[in-house]
Each structure stands twice: as C-alpha cells, then as structure tokens.
Design a protein around this ligand. Sequence first.
Ligand code: GAP
Length: 535
Amino acid sequence: MPVTISSMDGLIIYFTDMTQEELFKKLIAHSKEYGFIFPSSEIYDGLSAVYDYGQMGVELKNNIKRYWWDAMVKLNENIVGIDSAIFMHSRIWEASGHVGAFNDPLIDNKDSKKRYRADVLIEEWLAKQDEKIEKEIAKAKKRFGDSFDEAMFIETNPRIKDIRHKKETVTSRMVQSLNDGDLEEVRNIILDCEIACPISGTRNWTEVRQFNLMFETKIGSVAEGANTIYLRPETAQGIFVNFLNVQKTGRMKIPFGIAQIGKAFRNEIVARQFIFRMREFEQMEMQFFVRPGEEMKWYEYWKKFRMSWHKALGFGDENYRFHDHDKLAHYANAAADVEYKFPFGFKEVEGIHSRTDFDLGNHQKFSGRKIQYYDPETGESYVPYVVETSIGVDRMVLQVLSASYAEEKITKEDGSTDERVVMKFPAAIAPIKAAVLPLVKKDGLPELARKIIDDLKYDHVCQYDEKDSIGKRYRRQDAIGTPFCITVDHQSLEDGMVTVRHRDTMAQERIPVADLPKMIADQVGFRPLFEKIEK
Ligand code: GAP
C-alpha cells in the first residue's frame, strides 16, 4: 500500500505503508479481535478451513446478503427467491454430474508429505510467468523513459516472446489434459515446468489422483437400511429441481430467474487463505432460464450487471477484472469469473456460467418427469437454457474486509499525533450504523443518549458506549467501521443538539437530535448503490 497523505479540518492523515502480506495477517488478527470472524471449535484447537462469524461478522454478512438479495430479487421483477433444503435425493447429484465429475486432481510431495491441487500448482507457475513479463516491462520502462513503446516491446523482446510462448504451450496442455482426464499428462506438465514443492523445495512428486469433493452422510437408521446422501456442494441444484414448481405456481414467463442464498459444503483438500476457501461456506446463486439460442445474450447481460454490482461498492474499478475460464466445468459452454485484487492477488469472487440445458435436461432424464416450458410466444415446448450467477458470501466478506481495512497516523492541529485502525465499510453494509456516546456518565447525559438510541434502534443497529475517554470510544467504533458517532454533552440538554463525528473524515458537526433519523437514513440506505448498477 503506498503512503498517501490527505488533509481535512486541520488534520493530516498518513496511511501507513505495509506489504500486502502484512495487511492480510493484520486483517485476520483484527477480524478476531473485534468479533468479526473466529476459527471454528477454537477451544478444541480449531477445525481446519471452518470459521464462525462473531457479533460484528454476522451483521456485516447479513448486510452483504441483503445487498445481493435486493439487487437481484427486489430490483428485477422477473426474479423470485426460494430456500431449498440442504439434504436432497442422492440421484440429483448423479444427474448433475457431481458424483462422477466433481473432482480435484491432487498430487503429493513425497518429501514434505504435503498435498496440492495439481491444476493450482500449474496455474501458480503460469502466474509467475506473468510476473516475469511484468518485471521485464518495468525494467525497460525505466531504461527507455518517455520514449518507451510498451506494445512494441512486448511484441519484439525475445525474452518476453519466449516466456509467452512457453505459457501458451503449458496453458493448452493443461486445458487439454484436464478436459480429457489425462492425469499422467498433468503430472508431466508439473515435471516439465520444474515445479518444486514450496515446503521441501524438491520435485519428488507422486502420481496425480482424482478426489471427489462431496461430503457424504447417511439418512435413516441402520435398521431401515440407511441411504447415502450428500451435503450439497452448490445451492443451484435446489433451484433446478424446483423449476417447475416455481414456474407454475408463480406463473413465470421466460426469461425469468430463481435466486437462493444458502450453505454449501466441499471437502477442500487444499484449504488456505482464511475464509477464501472453506469446507462449509455460503453461496448466493441465481439461475436465469432463457430460450435456447438466447443464452449468450443473457450471459453478457449478467456479466455486466454483476460486475457493476461489485463496483458500486466503491472499492476501485481497477481492483476488478474478468477471467474467462480455460477449462469449462462439466455443465458449461461459457464461463467467466469476476476477480477481485485480494492482498494475495487477483482471485475469483463470483462465477457467471452459461450452463446450457445440461441440468434441467439431465433431471428430466434421471427423474423420468417432463421438465419443459411451453412458450406462448413461439408455440413451442422446450427445455430452457440457463445462465447462472454464483457468488460466495464468505469471499465477498473477505473482499469487503480487505478493501475497508486502513491504518492511519494522524497529526492534529496542535502538532500531537495519534494512530487508528479504521474499517472504511460502505455505510450501507457497516455492521453498526451509529454509536451514541454520553460525554460523561452523569448529569442526565446517559438518559438523553438512551432516548436517542431508543428511537434509532427501530431502523438501525446502534451501540451505546459510556466507558473510557471519548477518544478511546471513537477508536473502538473506527475499528468496527461505525460511520457515525453521536456525542451527547451538557450543551445537548439545553439546545437539543448533538455532535456527529464522521468516521472517514473525522469531521464533526452539531445537529439537532430531531434531524438524526433522517441524516442517518439518507446515508446508510442501499438506494445510492442500486442506482449505480448498470443494466
Ligand atoms: N453453482 C456454480 C458453482 O458453485 P463455483 O465456481 O464452484 O460455481 C461459485 O462456486 C462461488 O462459490 C465461487 O466464485 C466462490 O465465491 C464460492 N466458493 C466456491 N468454493 C468455495 C469455498 N471452498 N470456500 C468459499 N467459497 C467458495
């Protein structure tokens, strides 16, 4: 993070400089210290890749879910929501292809005994090649100054040409071998690229094996003859199997969508990076049912809509990009990820997939029920095609935490200095909207503060805090990202005015108590975000 300086109201704020790695470590510690995210089962030494949301985390997560649900269901009259069960008939997962094909190719290093996803090892090697190219460009830029022609340099520099050629060859070998399920070739690529285990540093690799990611459990008692069922690895199938129910009872006309938020489970072998890759996580998915042949038009539509939903949060357009899939999932004919620049690099937050009629067609085949739509406009019956948007709630929480965390050194007008950690959440998704702080614990100030909270709490999650100095209380609210601190002082009892302190600028203003509900409501609503979404 670069050092930047800004000045307002006589304060100078220096954003402290730190590496992305330091930022990520601090973020994890901060998330625990302030009640956002705890490791699961901590008093029993934890459970790998499973996390619990604390008192702040759950508010943040609920607000993110509300932002998604309202943008999808409330703003689109042809999208409705459902909430399907996690347990489903096991044949559903045969029809969806997950029993046969929801696998990760795994490889072990014989010296460190560490297990890796073979495709991820190759992808990381490819990313390193990009870094090498970037470095060459940066060096040349320095050497040639203003006369540097980057496009020409990339086209003609022999070293860059060589790296790009190697990258293209490895990418096409990887895509081909993963699509063909040729695990020996996947291993050969790892050997040919001379990829070493980050722990042992050796290239002593086992064979590559497929590993199915679904968790199994049993339903019914043993006496009845228990059956294997699966914890769902995606929420989407609950939507597909309810397609006819919703279409008929809601008299839905194509194109229309069904949205759902719910838990999903994957037995991730390589679980890393905090809540980025978890074994139990939450998804927000929407299946949009369209006429066959119109899927690419809707695929582009939803790509644009979903990207602008992300960008509306104001974390910087340059921190987002699309990544088109090289290897398509077993159900897709086109797919792209929305990637966000996390402290550990650009990574997937959301997928937009054109799933064809694969799922509905297979459920029709496996269940023996006719799953078709009669199109009154064309007079034809068909199995609809599907464009899906699928985003992980937890990855979204991580995106919001990473983008909002800031450390600042403050020089005040009198020359004294201070430091603060502040979560600069967009106000609409901040866990606590306002804190009400009586300056002292006596003289009727707590009573007025309580009266203010009692009014605001019908509309907003608020906190009352009377402990410690006002400065300490401001820092506590900064650390959990509360946009407004409302201070009640002796003057308030006389003139009915309070001091409102704004989190990001630290600017303070006096406003009448009666104006508080409107002032807060105007700034914490979702509407300004929704208005930025491009359709
Ligand atoms: N229905 C399609 C589907 O599930 P996916 O790309 O496998 O597609 C969609 O997952 C989103 O779910 C991802 O973009 C990611 O945000 C989230 N996700 C997937 N696996 C996850 C995991 N192990 N931990 C946290 N989030 C995950």
